[in-house]
Design a protein around this ligand. Sequence first.
Ligand SMILES: NC(=O)c1ccc[n+]([C@@H]2O[C@H](COP(=O)([O-])OP(=O)(O)OC[C@H]3O[C@@H](n4cnc5c(N)ncnc54)[C@H](OP(=O)(O)O)[C@@H]3O)[C@@H](O)[C@H]2O)c1
Length: 255
Amino acid sequence: MTRRIVIVAGGTAGMGRATAVARAARGDDVTVLGRSRRDLPDGIRFLAADLSSVAEVERVAGEVAARHDRVDALTLFANRPLPRRTETADGLEYTFALYYLSRYLLGVRLAPLMGTTSVIVNVSGVGTTAGAVRWDDPQLRGRYGLVRAQLQAGRANDLLGLAHDGEARYVLYHPGFTRSGLDGHPNPLVRGVLKTLARVAARPVERSVAPILEWIDHPPAERLTTSDRGRAVDLSGREADARRLVAYTQDLLGR
Ligand SMILES: NC(=O)c1ccc[n+]([C@@H]2O[C@H](COP(=O)([O-])OP(=O)(O)OC[C@H]3O[C@@H](n4cnc5c(N)ncnc54)[C@H](OP(=O)(O)O)[C@@H]3O)[C@@H](O)[C@H]2O)c1
């Protein structure tokens, strides 16, 4: 197997970290993008960036492009649920900026380095039917809720995969309830319930990342692959929404 060049956005914990560690152990050139290195092992390159900021995403994408003439895999994990509506430095709703917009921007900026044997794996919630992009208020100024924001960004990621027109193969992956991210919930009560539930019902991280490792070794032949715990998800009929989201996003970014 040839040495793959792998970028892991949000790879300091949970499934992102497990992916980075597993690929480095296979001899890949792995770069993690994240806020702080935490306990990443030596041998994994770390680029510090708060991915909720457009400028930081642009900078770090530039650093990747300056170092590499190709990227074989871009894997997207960064997310963080917030109990109250928070605005980023760009004046955007935080979940939208981190969970959706950073993934859009990294895909666009790294597209010139990626060909048909490259893969982008967007780890989110494809197959979930709850939630929607709130076209009348995508920045959730009028009504915010943690779940509402998470579901909106999740559905935006579905549309992002559907709109993808680069050469790289695109995978939308829902890993199912996994023993990761359990410290991320801001409410201690919910956190406790989640942790108890996770002990009996959640998948081990290694099991959830196994398909990701496989897609990195063998990018799918199809332009878009959807996998909700291994089940393909039909996104047809939502192409107009996908185009609408691209237009909204480009407008937000001022181009
Ligand atoms: N766990 C599940 O049951 C489950 C189920 C379905 C879908 N998913 C999705 O799978 C993805 C990964 O989940 P996970 O459970 O592995 O989550 P996790 O353990 O909480 O990891 C999230 C990663 O995102 C990073 N991150 C958070 N805010 C960031 C920022 N502003 N800039 C840069 N990096 C940031 C975190 O790093 P720091 O906080 O250390 O900076 C961490 O490395 C998420 O998109 C999640 O929605 C998870």
